[in-house]
Design a protein around this ligand. Structure first.
Ligand SMILES: NC(=O)c1ccc[n+]([C@@H]2O[C@H](COP(=O)([O-])OP(=O)(O)OC[C@H]3O[C@@H](n4cnc5c(N)ncnc54)[C@H](OP(=O)(O)O)[C@@H]3O)[C@@H](O)[C@H]2O)c1
Length: 241
């Protein structure tokens, strides 16, 4: 029996890595990408041997072309594409300049959308495409406008993509995590342990785990009649006034 195939951009740490582990446990052959040589090396050692770890900077069209060729050679077709690579920058909007804008949008928006475009020919009929977006796109937080705008652009693309790809039975959905404990916060300058201090703001009283977001990914991968939707995985954040 042939195994379903999955590509996860930004799968070396955090949510992407947890999704790689979960899909592999469920019988998928998995490729993950990342950019930082240190986390790439760690992922190669720590993920199961049959998970393929590739360097592909989401900002680089040449890297994306190489990635597409690798996926074509290894898998032929793709059953799951999780467009997850991303960064966050918390900064007052008065400090947002062109360099910051380009940095965030190049990875979070341009990188993910152009990767999807280049992979369209490889998507199997009936494939599942998922964007990692973020619950903050709707709720807002001071300093969060730039990152929210970059992920919100992906969310607004989902309904049109779902309609466009429906004739091939390809489903397109978004996963929106709330506060989830991953390396992204340390990369954004949050001291170790500080994220837990935000738990009181979450109705369920704690931050989430990458595995909990991965479970939602697993649900949408198997949810054959769901397309064009956003699944919020945020412990109740964003509900109410
Ligand atoms: N954690 C949260 O609370 C939260 C909330 C809302 C939304 N999100 C979104 O969820 C997604 C996953 O984040 P996470 O929390 O799991 O953070 P993470 O652990 O930092 O994972 C981000 C992944 O993206 C990769 N990446 C970053 N820049 C890249 C680039 N230029 N090219 C290729 N890969 C790149 C990282 O690899 P390197 O280490 O090699 O850079 C890593 O594998 C992100 O899109 C983030 O915006 C997270």
């Amino acid at each position: 029996m042939s195994h379903p195939t999955a590509l996860i951009t930004g799968g070396t740490t955090g949510i992407g890595r947890a999704a790689a582990e979960l899909l592999r446990e469920r019988g998928h052959r998995v490729v993950v990408t990342g950019r930082d040589p240190v986390t790439l090396e760690a992922a190669r050692h720590e993920l199961p041997d049959d998970v393929v770890v590739l360097r592909a900077d989401a900002r680089s069209p040449a890297d994306t072309d190489r990635l597409v060729e690798e996926v074509r050679e290894r898998f032929g077709t793709l059953d799951v594409l999780l467009l997850n690579a991303g960064i966050t920058r918390s900064m007052p909007f008065a400090e947002v300049d062109e360099a910051a804008y380009d940095e965030v949008f190049d990875v979070n928006t341009k990188g993910q959308l152009l990767t999807l475009g280049k992979l369209l020919p490889l998507l199997a009929d009936g494939a599942s495409v998922l964007f990692t977006v973020g619950a903050g796109v709707r709720t807002g937080i001071p300093g969060g406008a730039l990152a929210a705008a970059s992920r919100g652009a992906l969310l607004s693309a989902v309904p049109s993509l779902a309609l466009e790809l429906a004739p091939r039975r390809i489903r397109v959905n978004a996963i929106s995590p709330g506060l989830v404990d991953t390396p992204i916060w340390a990369k954004n300058g949050l001291p170790p342990g500080a994220l837990a201090g935000y738990a009181g703001r979450v109705p369920l009283g704690r931050v989430g785990t990458a595995r909990e977001v991965a479970e939602a990914v697993g649900y949408l991968v198997g949810a054959g009649y769901v397309t064009g939707q956003e699944l919020v995985v945020a412990g109740g954040s964003g509900l109410g006034a």
